[in-house]
Design a protein around this ligand. Structure first.
Ligand code: PGA
Length: 258
């Protein structure tokens, strides 16, 4: 039912020119396939004109964050409508780095999720436990709490446009370590369970992705998991050639497992 999602959070890397090159190389080296949906989330400064360029390769463009208000006295912030006016399709909400360095709470994320839907964008909501929460044995409770608050009051008719990414905090970035499939599978199943509690039968319309130190050697293992609909990759695909390479490895593993 879902396409295979494959995308990247560029974080605070890439100039506007770098992003344009990234999109061009991906378009040259991969052809659009209806069964897969690529996406790229570059910095705000790369967004102007990008959705048009990326449309050639069928790639969605997403922002890495946004404010929840329509407009106002919020110096330095970006409003949802500003993104939508540029043709931005998705918005990343609740990434662990936003939670940790910028104090984003689940309550704030609930307002941002609502704002994303109100402006016709697809929220990609990240959840995941940190090392301490895993150590205490409360990974399942942590992701359930994050989902229940951030998705509170969201109508079930939005589910087809909601994307959730499980990103264990201890596995993200240069200080993270790649997770074993058996470490993440129970949490992925717990996420599916919570989404079922929240949305009933319509929960299956929600795409579930995995992220955290996904790389050339582990992408196939994650991609083959039936519970997942795609991968959300960071530093391993910072170069467009690597993006295409890991996409192909993951997509083949996915196709083989079906
Ligand atoms: P990583 O980043 O693949 O470099 O761990 C993933 C993420 O933070 O979304």
């Amino acid at each position: 039912m879902h396409p295979f999602y494959f995308g990247t959070n560029v974080k605070m890397h890439q100039t506007h020119a770098d992003t344009q090159r990234f999109v061009r190389v991906v378009a040259e080296q991969s052809s659009p396939v209806p069964e897969r949906q690529l996406f790229l989330m570059p910095p705000f400064t790369s967004l102007a004109g990008l959705p048009e360029l990326a449309a050639e390769s069928g790639m969605w463009i997403g922002a890495q964050n946004m404010h929840d208000a329509d407009e106002g006295e919020f110096t330095g912030e970006i409003a949802p409508g500003m993104l939508r006016a540029l043709g931005v399709e998705m918005v990343l909400l609740g990434h662990a780095e936003r939670r940790r360095h910028f104090g984003e709470t689940d309550g704030l994320l609930n307002r941002k999720v609502r704002a994303a839907f109100a402006h016709g964008m697809r929220p990609l909501l990240c959840v995941g436990e940190d090392a301490q929460e895993r150590g205490f044995g409360i990974a399942h409770e942590t992701v359930a709490r994050q989902l229940k608050v951030a998705l509170h009051g969201i109508q079930a008719d939005h589910t087809a446009r909601l994307i959730v990414a499980y990103e264990p905090v201890w596995s993200i970035g240069t200080s993270g370590r790649p997770a074993l499939v058996e470490e993440v599978l129970p949490v992925l199943e717990a996420i599916r369970h919570t989404l079922g509690e929240l949305f009933g039968a319509r929960a299956k319309e929600i795409a579930l992705l995995y992220g955290g130190s996904v790389n050339e050697s582990n992408c196939a293992d994650y991609a083959a998991l039936p519970v997942l609909d795609g991968l959300f990759v960071g530093r391993a695909v910072r170069q467009p050639e690597d993006f295409v390479h890991i996409l192909n490895l993951a997509y083949q593993a996915r196709a083989k497992s079906r």
